[in-house]
Ligand binder design. Structure first.
Ligand code: NAG
Ligand code: NAG
Ligand code: NAG
Ligand code: NAG
Ligand code: NAG
Length: 354
């Protein structure tokens, strides 16, 4: 006769059904850009977000009306220090960042949940060449936060053009001229502060520039043959995964594999000029809808399979004051009146209806 199992095993078995199941899905958020003259006021926007199950947003500043409207909303936010403030924020005496944290962060804590501060945006593409200010500014913001015992993450969204090579994914590398001056110091800072790298990645741009070689199905997460990386044998079923692994390879090449990644922007325009191949509402709905399903289903990229994707879609609204080609004003999931440009599920709950 077998001995009865020891009591602790029995209680473990009894408890098992009630243990929370580790949900391995990633998260979806929205970029709340406001370069428009026709958007609803922030309190209405927050209601729109809540009614669509959105729990994470990202701003491009620290607008007080938005941060106050988010108070007690259960929506967390990534805020930003704009590029033009980087030179001041990089000053050694930290006067600027101390004041900035006091007036742009502290007043909203703790009723507004600030997840992270994006220091600048796509800094390496700024025409004023502010690259040398980035890491000192990040360090100063972090130091100013610590003075108030705040553990908010500090990072900075990097555009894919920081890469020298992105194909195949395994050969991903940063531009040589950025590596020593800024990429390595930034990755060290992110590691030391347990923060993560922010990346802005648009398969749309790659597709639009290479319609002859990149299948649309591959860009839109539809069924496709996939692309095999000749160095690793890994099969990529989507361009986004391939692009993210190009960044992961570039990070690994510098021995910073432990630094995690968040996709702070990605999207697809619903309208474009005649020469903007691929722009259109059907494609935008497919890209964003399939992306949300892929993220919420869980799993990471082939090179980082255990890191679920955390993604902020660009963008909440069409923004009518943005310069550039027509597509720039048509990345929104919503029109300014709150109507959907196309249907996209934005939460696990909404997913069940699709
Ligand atoms: C708040 O948001 C979290 C996810 O971020 C969700 O799990 C929770 O149910 C929400 N609570 C309320 C009261 O809406
Ligand atoms: C801090 O440094 C900046 C830039 O060097 C300078 O303009 C400012 O006057 C300094 N502030 C103090 C309080 O020393
Ligand atoms: C930007 O400035 C740095 C020095 O801070 C310099 O090394 C680099 O060449 C400049 N880059 C461009 C594109 O002008
Ligand atoms: C930060 O935390 C330390 C240790 O818990 C405490 O002594 C200090 O007063 C706190 N500072 C602020 C600004 O809250
Ligand atoms: C499309 O055409 C416009 C106007 O001729 C031009 O400025 C723009 O660069 C073109 N865009 C692309 C992606 O070719």
């Amino acid at each position: 006769m077998a001995a009865p199992p020891p009591p602790y095993i029995i209680s473990l078995i009894l408890l098992l059904p009630f243990l929370p199941v580790a949900f391995s899905g990633g998260t979806i958020g929205l970029n709340y850009g406001r370069i428009a003259d026709n958007l609803p006021d922030p309190t209405q926007v927050i209601q729109l977000l809540i009614s669509n199950g959105v729990t994470r947003i990202k701003l491009f500043d620290t607008d007080p009306t938005v941060l106050n409207a988010l108070s007690n909303s259960n929506i967390s936010v990534i805020v930003a220090l704009p590029n033009q403030n980087l030179p001041s924020a990089a000053a050694e005496n930290q006067t600027y960042t101390d004041t900035w944290v006091q007036s742009n962060i502290l007043p909203y804590i703790p009723t507004t949940t600030i997840d992270a501060i994006a220091v600048g945006n796509e800094v390496f593409t700024d025409p004023n060449n502010i690259t040398s200010f980035l890491v000192p500014a990040m360090k100063n913001i972090h130091a100013s936060l610590i003075k108030h015992n705040l553990t908010i993450k500090v990072s900075s969204p990097v555009a894919l053009c920081a890469l020298d090579n992105s194909y195949p994914s395994s050969a991903g590398s940063f531009k040589p001229e950025l590596i020593e001056p800024v990429i390595k110091p930034m990755l060290s800072f992110l590691r030391d502060t347990e923060s993560y790298i922010m990346v802005n990645v648009y398969p749309y741009f790659a597709y639009q520039a290479n319609t002859d070689t990149i299948p649309l199905d591959y860009a839109l997460f539809r069924n496709n043959a996939g692309v095999t990386d000749p160095n690793t044998g890994m099969v990529y079923k989507s361009l986004l995964d391939a692009q993210l692994d190009a960044v992961n390879s570039a990070i690994s090449a510098l021995q910073f594999d432990d630094v995690k990644m968040v996709v702070t922007e990605t999207g697809w325009p619903s309208v474009g000029d005649l020469n903007e191949s691929g722009a259109g509402a059907d494609n935008a709905a497919q890209y964003n809808g399939n992306l949300v399903r892929r993220v919420l289903a869980g799993g990471g990229t082939p090179l980082r399979p255990n890191d679920p994707l955390n993604v902020y879609l660009f963008a909440l609204f069409n923004e009518d004051q943005k310069p550039g080609p027509t597509s720039e004003r048509n990345y929104g999931l919503f029109y300014p009146d709150g109507q959907k440009v196309y249907d996209v599920p934005l939460s696990v709950t909404a997913l069940n209806y699709y």
